[in-house]
Design a protein around this ligand. Structure first.
Ligand code: C5P
Length: 228
C-alpha cells in the first residue's frame, strides 16, 4: 500500500479579517499553504499530494511546478473539499492506500510528527490523528451563558491534523456523513460516525491552526520569521 497527502486549502478564512484567504498569507517567507506542503513533502513515503483549492483563485497557480503536488477544485465546506480531493486521487491510488489529510492552515507541523503518525498507523492498522491532551478546565455552557457542568478533561483531546485513514473508507464515511446531515469538522468525526476505530497519537502544541491574526504571530515565531 502507498500513502498520499490531501490538503484542504479552499477556505475563505473570514475570521482572519484579511484581504486574502488565510492559506495564502505569508509568514517567514512563504504562504501558510507552502509551509504545510513543505512539511508533507519532507516525508519521502508520501507518493503525491492533492490540494483542494478555490477554482477561481489565481493564487493556486503558485503550486504549479511543485513536484508531487496536484490541485483540484474544493467545495463549500471543508469536508466537501476533502471529498473532492479524495475523488481526484482515486484514479491514481488504490482504495486500500493510506491518505494523510492536513490543513493548509497548520503550517508549523513538524515532519517528525507526521512520520510518527505514519509509523503508528502502519503498525496498528487503525486510522489515527495527531491530537494533544486538553490542559484547560472545560465548561459546558448553555445559550444563556450559564455553566451546566465541568467536563472531565482526562478524557478530552484537541484534534489536530494530519489525520490518516484508508482512502476508500474515508471517502465512503465522508460521503455518508454528509448525506446524513452530520456535522463533520474533521475526517475522524466522519470515521467515528461510520463506526471505524480511530486512535489518537500525541502531537505538539506547536501544530496550531492559524485562525485569527494573533495565531499568525505565533506561527511566525515558530517558523522563525516575522508575520508579513
Ligand atoms: O476554516 P477552518 O480553519 O476550519 O479551515 C481548515 C482548513 O480547511 C483550511 O486549510 C481551509 O482552507 C480548508 N477549507 C477548505 N474548503 C472549505 C473550507 C475550509 O478546503 N470550504
Amino acid at each position: 500500500v502507498q500513502c498520499w497527502g490531501v490538503v484542504p486549502a479552499a477556505g475563505v478564512g473570514v475570521r482572519m479579517l484579511a484581504t486574502r484567504p488565510k492559506q495564502y498569507l505569508e509568514v517567514a517567507g512563504a504562504s501558510l499553504l507552502r509551509h504545510s506542503l513543505r512539511a508533507l513533502l519532507a516525508c519521502d513515503d508520501i507518493r503525491g499530494i492533492m490540494v483542494a483549492v478555490s477554482p477561481d483563485d489565481p493564487r493556486a497557480a503558485e503550486l504549479a511546478g511543485l513536484a508531487r503536488v496536484q490541485t483540484t477544485p474544493g467545495g463549500a465546506q471543508r469536508a466537501d473539499s476533502v471529498l473532492a480531493a479524495l475523488h481526484a486521487l482515486q484514479p491514481l491510488a488504490a482504495d486500500d492506500d493510506w491518505v494523510l489529510v492536513h490543513d493548509a492552515a497548520r503550517p508549523c507541523i513538524d515532519p517528525a510528527d507526521i512520520r510518527r503518525l505514519m509509523v503508528q498507523v502502519e503498525s496498528s492498522g487503525s486510522g489515527a490523528l495527531l491530537a494533544e491532551p486538553v490542559v484547560d478546565t472545560i465548561k459546558q455552557v448553555d445559550s444563556a451563558g450559564r455553566v451546566e457542568k465541568t467536563l472531565d478533561r482526562r478524557h478530552l483531546w484537541r484534534a489536530q491534523t494530519p489525520q490518516m485513514f484508508r482512502l476508500g473508507e474515508l471517502a465512503g464515511a465522508l460521503a455518508g456523513a454528509r448525506q446524513a446531515g452530520v456535522e463533520v469538522t474533521d475526517e475522524a468525526s466522519a470515521m467515528e460516525w461510520a463506526g471505524y476505530p480511530v486512535m489518537v497519537v500525541p502531537g505538539s502544541s506547536r501544530n496550531l491552526k492559524v485562525t485569527t491574526p494573533g495565531d499568525l504571530e505565533v506561527a511566525a515565531f515558530y517558523l522563525g520569521g516575522d508575520a508579513a
